[in-house]
Design a protein around this ligand. Sequence first.
Ligand code: ATP
Length: 248
Amino acid sequence: MLEASGLMVFYENMLALNNVSLQCGENRIVGVFGANSAGKSTLMYALSGIMLDIRKKEEMAGGERITISGSIRYKDQELMGMKPSRRAKLGIILCPERRRIFRESSVLENLKIGGYLATAAQAKETLAYVFTVFPALEKLKNRVGGFLSGGEQQMLAIGRALMAQPKILLLDEPLLGLSPLMQAMLMRATREIRDQRRISIIVTEQYARPVLPIIDYAFILENGSAVLEGTREELMDNPDVRSAYFGV
Ligand code: ATP
């Protein structure tokens, strides 16, 4: 359903993504695992199109030259070159690394901002849904975003992304810095969202272990290259992968 092939991204002469191909089928959860600097965020920026905005900003500031090539197809459309706002309207929604919620705005305001692409009826229905997946957010709805815990901020970031009516949700390191208990809760919620809303999800993480129970398929990124892919079982059968990414 979403198919990237031969993705290349250069920051000046630094090759950040090297001929990366990956697919995410309908109603699937796909993991992308890689160490620091492997290229996970670069991949998410390329898929969501944010990379085009970053490139434009750099050009205007006379900064580094960013080069992107390859193909990203979604339902028979080529996305490469398509603005991120248009990709968002097609349902490709990024929930960025480090949450990036609006710290001065309340939980409710953050969620409503996320619903800018939705009709009033969709926004109302989705808001109620977000509160069923994350009941904690309803209790905190008038709290200012900056005063939430890391886990609560992550729930809010996912909730805000849901408000944008995703068909493909890109979760960039959602578990970073959270307790194992919170990580497990967020992954259960992610699976529930896939099951209940029939959204496809691509999730990146440095460590695969907390994500493993919910993925259908995964890719391993090393230095910008997708070096390995497979089902959970296939990856677990590889001793190098097991020790590097699964900590077992
Ligand atoms: P992390 O887990 O640290 O977020 P990551 O897997 O998301 O890592 P990226 O952020 O995609 O990795 O970075 C991939 C490589 O590209 C790194 O070497 C990084 O330093 C470099 N990089 C990222 N953004 C830029 C930029 N704007 N200019 C130059 N180099 C960059």
